[in-house]
Design a protein. Sequence first.
Length: 146
Amino acid sequence: MIEKKDIELERAVLIGVITKDQDEERSKEYLDELEFLTYTAGGEVLKRFTQKMDMPNPKTFIGSGKMVEVENFIKDNDVGTAIFDDELSAAQERNISKILGCKVLDRTNLILDIFAQRATTSYARTQVELAPVSYTHLTLPTTPYV
């Protein structure tokens, strides 16, 4: 997902939606946290994009005009990753990735990436590998915690 290099941080943009349930102030707080997570994962946030919507677009999460704005910025600034503050469906992730031509992550996948980078034991690496499967199938791991 986000690849750490010696010193060079991967260039990223953050994308969030402001809804009636999440005002601008709360959205800013969430994007601040997401920026910290991005840095922790080895990324550098170049820009934040937000859009006011009643509901996220079921195909691309954000509207077509905002998508063009994000796409242009990504191409003009050699951005490698677009990170969405909210959970994306598999179809949304595919659609967005095709449009933007870069890696697309949501908050949960970014957090899983951080765990994967920090897993040192074989047991921890196995648990990290199983986490996305559990996450996508909405099931909890059956292994007992020791």
